[in-house]
Write a protein of this length. Structure first.
Length: 149
């Protein structure tokens, strides 16, 4: 991956989000912040696992450096995806940021019990939502050292 002028490494992000509005905001926030990331979007938990395991139409999918995961997904919810990712010896080192509307304490505790790397409640205000996404990206791209492969 190449670096841009801000000495930031471009990373591959898998966004697992079924809400088209939230998907658009995440992509827009990263674009506005001039973040050079490769974002792949899947809309449900089954597609997420197929992408991560390079199955079916995702046979040539890149390995993500970071997963942004909504909890409330169709077909297979984010909790099940998180449990599968963290139980898989090949996938477990990929950091998972839970980005969801749920503020329920049980969801927070369960996500951390399943080894989420962090839990963020989506702000309802669009401007705040975009700031949060930019901060997520800034932290995971500029501050954190991500595992290779």
């Amino acid at each position: 991956m190449s670096s841009n002028g801000n000495n930031r490494q471009a990373i591959v992000i898998l966004l697992v989000e079924d809400n088209p509005g939230d998907t658009r905001l995440v992509i827009e926030a990263m674009h506005e912040a001039k973040l050079e990331n490769y974002i792949h979007v899947v809309e449900d938990g089954i597609e997420a696992m197929q992408f991560l395991r390079r199955e079916g139409r995702f046979g040539d999918a890149p390995r993500p450096d970071l997963i942004l995961l909504d909890l409330n997904l169709p077909k297979k919810d984010g909790r099940a995806v998180l449990a599968e990712v963290k139980a898989d010896p090949v996938l477990k080192r990929i950091p998972v940021v839970v980005l969801t509307t749920s503020q329920a304490e049980e969801d927070v505790l369960r996500a951390y019990d399943l080894h989420a790397n962090c839990y963020i409640t989506k702000p309802v205000d669009m401007e705040q939502f975009m700031k949060v996404v930019a901060q997520i990206d800034d932290f995971w791209v500029r501050v954190v050292t991500l595992p290779k492969g």
